[in-house]
Design a protein around this ligand. Structure first.
Ligand code: HEM
Length: 193
């Protein structure tokens, strides 16, 4: 299993719905019902705009991992790719387009983008990102969150952004809260912007 958050946070239902959609697209509706039952979820349709305790999302990922025998960090990474490839363009195409046309610019604008999202979703417990440009093809991405265990999700999101910008992206986590660092840091190597 993976680390669970120490503090109580709530994630909007759209995250759980996206996880359901990925599960159904990849393994079928029957499998999703098994996952939901294993996670003890009675109502398997979530309200996109309602907050749900984080523990529900973590339970769903844990149940999916048990049902598919794929480890949770691989699933979270796949979920990050799926989110950028399928969910974000369909539901937040304008936001994606306004956030930046190259990977470094897009990543530098992530906090501003989540600030805009926070005007729609009240009480958003948004992550925070900052970028250190190292060269034309490398940067460090600093990720801070009240939540733990989501670093693989961030890696998947970055890989999804690589697809979006048609650039090869290689991500290495170089600092980890799990190992006592104050926050997670990723080295992102990418094609020239
Ligand atoms: C148009 C694109 C995006 C939208 C609309 C969006 C919106 C959101 C929303 C609504 C949440 C849930 C927060 C909550 O319920 O409290 C969230 C969480 C998150 N977002 Fe974004 N996001 C987008 C793109 C990205 C990208 C590109 C990244 C990173 C590369 C990212 C990183 C994260 C992470 C890691 C979380 C989990 C929460 C946490 O770490 O504390 N998001 N985002």
């Amino acid at each position: 299993m993976f680390d669970r958050p120490a503090a109580r946070c709530a994630l909007y239902g759209l995250i759980n719905n996206s996880l359901r959609d990925m599960t159904i697209a990849r393994w079928g509706a029957d499998r999703w019902e098994l996952v939901a039952a294993r996670a003890g979820v009675a109502d398997i349709i979530f309200q996109n705009m309602s907050p749900y305790d984080d523990s529900l999302t973590y339970s769903l990922v844990g149940a999916l991992s048990e049902e598919t025998t794929i480890d949770a960090s691989t699933l979270l990474r796949d979920f990050g790719v799926y989110w950028i490839r399928v969910v974000a363009p369909k539901q937040y195409g304008d936001l994606l387009a306004f956030t930046g046309r190259t990977l470094p610019v897009f990543l530098s604008n992530l906090d501003r983008m989540h600030d805009r999202v926070a005007t729609i979703f009240q009480n958003l417990e948004q992550p925070s990102f900052s970028v250190e440009i190292l060269s034309d093809t490398a940067l460090k991405l600093h990720y801070r969150s009240r939540r733990v265990g989501l670093a693989p999700f961030v890696i998947g999101l970055l890989e999804g952004l690589g697809e979006r910008f048609s650039t090869k992206v290689s991500v290495t986590q170089i600092a980890s809260r799990g190992d006592g660092a104050e926050h997670d840091v990723f080295l992102v190597e990418h094609g020239a912007a």
